[in-house]
Every structure is written in structure tokens, then in C-alpha cells.
Design a binder for this molecule. Sequence first.
Ligand SMILES: C[S@@+](CC[C@H](N)C(=O)[O-])C[C@H]1O[C@@H](n2cnc3c(N)ncnc32)[C@H](O)[C@@H]1O
Length: 215
Amino acid sequence: MAIPLGVRRQPLPENQDEWRRRRFQDRFLQQLDVEIAGDVLDVGCMDGRFTARFAERARSVVGLDIVPHTIWERLRGPNLRFVVGDAQRLPFADAAFDVVLAVAMLHHTASPISVIREMARVRRPGGTLVMVEPNRLNPVTWLHLTLFSDHDHFRTKPFIRLVDRVLPIQRFHRFEAHLWPPGDGPLLRALERMDDALGGTRWWRPFALWNVVLA
Ligand SMILES: C[S@@+](CC[C@H](N)C(=O)[O-])C[C@H]1O[C@@H](n2cnc3c(N)ncnc32)[C@H](O)[C@@H]1O
């Protein structure tokens, strides 16, 4: 039976942007492949929507950003709070967190090395630092972020060397995942399949979007 124009095959969630964001976050978290548990700090949390996903898994989560966001008020809950502060001087005691994450934030700071030192200071012995940075060589983000939005993403090796100056690296991996613009239709699924295929392809690795360093 022909489907009339304007009628979708799948019911759309109320807020399509939110649905698409959650889908991206799920794919991102799956490939990040890190246990988010215990007391967690999300450094440079921006609007906190990723931080809120960490709070679905962890005992307690703190999101910190130098810029406050009004949406924090709506997101905060029994195990999730937000703090305004400078990641280069974290307002927390030593060894306060089990997992300390910085997702796409180091390249925004004047002194990324100070941020990494601070992240290491507030991590408990045996805890994990998770640093995720966009790869400057990824063609998609290079076009719209480097060329048109003045982002200065790290290349892979300088990023690894930067962390290595502060503390030993436990694991490095990379993966492909984009918050693609098209809604919930076949184009989105085709682009996600392309991400998955490229992410598993050896020759593509130097161009994959996300570089992950665990320390
Ligand atoms: C691309 S956003 C991070 C996105 C967020 N982690 C996420 O995954 O949704 C970079 C963030 O770093 C924050 N930032 C930049 N310099 C900072 C600093 N010195 N201390 C804390 N946050 C900082 C910015 O305000 C911005 O919200």
C-alpha cells in the first residue's frame, strides 16, 4: 500500500532531536567501551546531557564546566549535580573520583596539560582517566569544525604524547561515530552503517573521528 507523503513508516518520538542525540550517545558509549561506575567526574560537561547518561550507570556523577547551563537545573537529580569551575584548577579534593572523563574538551583549554594533571590528582588510586578527543584528520569534522568553526583539534600522535607526559597510558583506541543530522530514516541508518564499516577498516583508522586514551 502506498504511504501518503508526510506520513512516516515509524512513529517519531516526541522530540526527534533528543531521540537522535540519545541514539548517538548509545553508539558512542558502546564504542567507548569503558565501565562508568562509582563516583564519576565529567570535566567540560557543557549542557550536561552526556553527563546525565553517565548518571544512569554510576553511583554519583558531577559535571563541571567553566560555563553554566540553565538546563543543568532540569537534569540534576539524586546522584547528579553540576559545578561551575575551571578544569585547570579543579575544585575537588585529591582522589575524590573513580572515573574522570573529559570528552572533546581538552582542545578547548589554554593548558590541556594542566587539565590532565588535575584530572590525575582527583582520581582515586586504581581509578580511570578517560580522555576523548576528536581527530583533526577526520574529514567530516575537519570540514565543518576546523575549516568553518575554527576548532583546533589534536592530531592523534600529539594527543597521545600530551597524555604520556603526565602519566602512563593504559589503552588507546579509536572509533567512528557522528551525530548525523538526518532524522530517523534510511539515510541516518545508512550513515551509521558507514560509520560502523569505516570504524572497522584498517586503512581508515588514521582518519577515524574519536581518539580515546585511558590512563
Ligand atoms: C565541546 S564541549 C564538551 C562537550 C561535552 N563534554 C559533551 O560530551 O557533550 C567543550 C566544553 O569545555 C568547556 N571548557 C573549556 N575550557 C574549560 C575549562 N578551563 N574548564 C572547564 N570547562 C571548560 C567549554 O565551556 C565547553 O562546554
